[in-house]
Ligand binder design. Sequence first.
Ligand code: CA
Length: 238
Amino acid sequence: MADRILIIEDEAAIADALIYALRTDGFAVHWCALAREGMAWLQTQPVDLVVLDVGLPDESGFELCRRIRTLSQVPVMFLTARKEEVDRIVGLEIGADDYVVKPFSPREISARVRAILRRTRQLPDGALTQPRTTEPAAAFVLDDAAKRISYRGQWLVLTRYEYLILGALLQRPDHVLSRSQLMDAAWEDPAASFDRAVDTHIKGIRAKLKQVDAEADPIRTHRGLGYSLCSAAETSAP
Ligand code: CA
């Protein structure tokens, strides 16, 4: 049976493009233009994933997401128009599973939807309420309270930036994070830094991981895009 996607977005042109892309990829799509319509649909219909616009006329997407979370752990992907909104999605614990900044390609949304559904289904029941940091199972353990990360049972000696960058990758395994997203995760003032700085810190992290396991190289470079942490590599060895 096709996965059921609920789009809550007030701009018809954006919704139309999304509906077309998602239906082409085999999803069953329902569209609501208002927060209250979306909530009513969620209360009565089964939904596998919600694509939620932050700027809705009757209620902010943030508020709606909070209300959705009181009744369901359905994955929520935000559509945002502004950088400040991204900060809120990332910074606040509002339970979003992903976000895409407008303008975006509908094909990209469809690929992300597929990735979220794959990721969330790998988790045991109820695990969606756990912090995302528990996801990249086996090899890595992120101890947020102590600001440290272990790899294959060994605590890594990381600089602050290395910790923040590796932590950001760990929180979204198999997800390509651009250098600017990684800078956002690590720097108070990302504009003052450069892509090169991220590359340097990634190099430092890789060297430290290699000291633990010389064979594995779980951080992948995506040329011109950024970096991702490969979850497949983590399960290949005890
Ligand atoms: Ca809007």
